[in-house]
Write a protein that binds this ligand. Structure first.
Ligand code: HEM
Length: 401
């Protein structure tokens, strides 16, 4: 079942087969907890990185290896790039066969809470407060937080269903629509009208039309540097065209916040994460490398200081006030969603937390035990601490969706 992306051949006089697969980033368990045949892994927040300046990425230890046919890739250009370079999801195996030792490198697209935090810190200089929130959200919604594994694409045999199959017979991975993955993406179609997982050249060309009209001049030529106005117009276009084309278009508050770039994803990642750390420029060449080729651009440096987000999401929100959380009705008319109940309507961050826990995190996670409960509580605590809410919410979302 495993796909091996790169095989190196070394002569070795042996005839046996072994498979190492050291999982060096798994956190140590304090107690053994076996549920439904799975062994729990207690999640531990890794220490902050001490080296927080810019540096050239990738280093020699992280060459690009194209994914194999069974390697998982999905809608997130950052996760795909990190996996292609082995900053996450990097496994070694040794296969001894006849006179040869096969050293096997795999980039399966399966990762963990700790690995996401370490990988995004090392390659993108993302601050732990930011990366732990993104990891927590995705592990709670589309991963297996008992064994501490998540697929950055679709269903994988290496990520088992939750013990007792309390969220259905499969753990879906981040490409599954509805909980985090959503409409109005920059380079992926809405799920109801196309492929929501893979890069779409037509959509990217439409984004680049906005760059050609509003971008700044730069080393790649006139109008080739992404600026705030380009990002505003690009998001305006994504929202307007998908609302018209997608009969089931929906942007609940958790999705609208992401569309506007909260948590350094979407537009904010263009300016804060993917821009070259030395020039601070997000050029057409650089951004295309991440989105189209899912690889680091030539001569690229990570951000010069830990990334915690920028003012861009707020500025895009202010520039597009007509876009509020909502969805298309049966006639294709966009209608606003009701406000979250008090006290969760005090801020956009708190409303986001309410929407996530009530509509996206499966309610069955409220009743788990042992290491499973410890992990769920820690992840929920990370989201709560970042939310600005005064009340913790237990998971209450629909299951098996
Ligand atoms: C280094 C931090 C990250 C950056 C810079 C980043 C960047 C992005 C960008 C730019 C998109 C939008 C793609 C598009 O609109 O076409 C996206 C989508 C997505 N990312 Fe990430 N991401 C990061 C971390 C993560 C993590 C840790 C996860 C989960 C493990 C994740 C899961 C997703 C998902 C599910 C989507 C799909 C959302 C949609 O429907 O467009 N991301 N990300």
């Amino acid at each position: 079942m495993k796909s091996f992306s790169l095989v190196l051949l070394v002569v070795w006089p042996l005839f046996i087969a072994v498979n190492g697969w050291p999982n060096i980033r798994d956190a140590p368990s304090t107690t053994v907890d076996i549920q439904d045949g799975q062994t729990g892994t207690l999640m531990v927040l890794p220490p902050r990185q001490t080296d927080t300046g810019t540096k050239r990425v990738p280093d020699a230890d992280h060459p690009f290896i194209a994914p194999g046919p069974n390697d998982m890739r999905g809608p997130c250009p950052a996760m795909n790039t990190l996996a292609n370079h082995g900053y996450i999801s990097r496994k070694y195996g040794v296969l001894l066969c006849f006179n040869y030792v096969l050293l096997i490198l795999s980039r399966s697209g399966i990762t963990s809470f700790e690995e996401i935090i370490r990988g995004t810190a090392e390659a993108f200089n993302i601050d732990r407060d930011m990366s732990s929130g993104m990891a927590a959200l995705n592990l709670l919604t589309r991963g297996n937080p008992f064994v501490d594994k998540i697929s950055i694409g679709g269903v994988s045999p290496f990520v088992p269903p939750l013990p007792g199959q309390i969220d259905g017979p499969e753990t879906q991975g981040i490409a599954k629509h509805g909980r985090v993955e959503g409409d109005a993406s920059m380079t992926r179609s809405d799920v109801h009208i196309g492929d929501n997982r893979n890069f779409n050249q037509t959509l990217w060309d439409m984004d680049l039309e906005q760059l050609a009209e509003f971008g700044d001049d730069g080393p790649d030529g006139p109008a080739t540097v992404f600026n705030l106005q380009t990002l505003i117009e690009l998001k305006r276009q994504n929202l307007e065209s998908d609302q018209v084309l997608d009969p089931e278009f929906a942007i609940p508050i958790r999705r609208l916040n992401a569309v506007f770039g909260s948590n350094v994803t979407d537009t904010d990642s263009v300016a804060s994460v993917f821009a070259n750390g030395t020039t601070k420029q997000a050029t057409k060449r650089i951004i295309s490398s991440f989105f189209m080729n899912q690889t680091f651009p030539e001569n690229w440096f990570r951000a010069a200081a830990p990334v915690l987000g920028s003012s861009i999401p707020g500025e895009i929100t202010a520039a597009l006030p007509q876009w509020v959380p909502g969805h298309n009705d049966e006639n294709g008319v966009f209608v606003a969603d009701p406000q979250p109940p008090a006290p969760f309507n005090i801020s956009s961050g708190c409303a986001n937390y309410w929407d996530t826990l009530v509509n996206a995190v499966p309610g069955t996670l409220a009743d788990v035990t042992g290491i499973f409960k410890q992990n769920v509580d820690m992840l929920n605590g990370i989201l709560f601490n970042a939310s600005g809410c005064s009340e913790l919410i237990a998971p209450a979302g629909p299951t098996n969706v």
